[in-house]
Write a protein that binds this ligand. Structure first.
Ligand code: AMP
Length: 289
């Protein structure tokens, strides 16, 4: 399986990528992680990227495309991968298309994690607190000031990729505001719906939390079955509409008939009454004579 995770900083790409890696035995390719490693190791790329990353700007396209191209050539890519944080610009996406074409690799899907921007600062602050609690080094670009720059870059440079991949029919959007567990379940559900993973793996993916398990029975319905039911529904819908139309017509007709009959009956009754009255009057007059 080959996937791209798309979303602003703090959307949960890293968290979901790790979960997918565990479940489906994939390799996570995070350009951010690779660049941070290069910075730490003070490689030529690291030295070039260091200040750019600290400011919240994007590292030049050629650098990240080069990193990804080299990495895709390595043998551990065979089982599949998740790109997290790449591509981030349209030229990067176009370069990736070229690379994949050359390497005869097919991209299964691009999963967009859609989140409210207002929640992102809180999320990043939580991430910082968690990292501190674990005694890990905190990212220098995880500050409110740099985050707002990263968000602005996302809007102008990365968001156009939503249109890019939707045009290519690769885009699948997931509500990233749900709990981590729910987002994982939803991603696995749509992956099995498009046939990227076996339906069984979806059920397995939903297993860890008890709460998730309870809900899973509803959602873990095999995608094939679900698709069939949906297809049937689509097929039967016009039929049902026709039948309903016919029934409506028949009811209207019947109602008209009944009204007509009732009127006729009422008329007859009234006529009878009038006739009876008239007869009585005539009889009375004759009796007087
Ligand atoms: P991330 O860990 O994905 O938030 O990335 C951290 C930083 O690394 C970004 O703010 C950029 O400076 C840089 N970076 C990561 N991926 C890319 C990319 N695909 N293109 C350009 N810069 C990137």
């Amino acid at each position: 399986m080959r996937l791209i995770l798309l979303g602003p900083p703090g959307a949960g790409k890293g968290t979901q990528a790790q979960r997918l890696v565990q479940k489906h035995d994939l390799i996570q390719l995070s350009t951010g992680e690779m660049l941070r490693a290069a910075v730490a190791a003070q490689t030529p790329i690291g030295l070039q990227a260091k200040d750019v990353m600290a400011s919240g700007a994007l590292v030049p396209d050629e650098i990240v495309i080069g990193i990804i191209s080299d990495r895709l050539d390595q043998p551990d890519m065979k089982n599949g991968f998740i790109l997290d944080g790449f591509p981030r610009t349209v030229p990067q996406a176009a370069a990736l298309d070229e690379l994949l074409k050359k390497k005869h690799i097919k991209l299964d899907a691009v999963i967009e994690l859609r989140v409210n921007e207002s929640a992102l600062l809180d999320r990043v602050e939580n991430r910082v607190a968690e990292m501190r609690a674990r005694g890990e080094e905190v990212r220098i670009d995880d500050t409110p000031e740099v985050l707002s720059k990263r968000l602005a870059n996302y809007r102008t440079q990365t968001e156009p990729l939503i249109h890019y991949y939707s045009e290519r029919r690769k885009l699948l959007t997931v509500d990233g505001m749900m709990t981590i567990e729910h987002v994982t379940r939803e991603i696995n559900r749509i992956l099995s719906a498009i046939g990227a993973v076996e339906p069984k793996a979806t059920a397995k993916a939903a297993a860890p939390a008890k709460q998730a398990k309870a809900g899973a029975s509803k959602t873990a319905k095999p995608a094939g079955k679900k698709a069939k039911t949906a297809k049937k529904a689509v097929k039967t819908a016009p039929k049902a509409a026709k039948v309903a139309k016919k029934a409506k017509k028949a009811t209207k007709k019947a109602a008209k008939k009944t009204t007509r009959q009732t009127a006729r009956k009422a008329g007859k009754k009234a006529a009878k009454k009038t006739t009876r009255k008239a007869v009585k009057k005539v009889t009375k007059k004759r009796a007087k004579r």
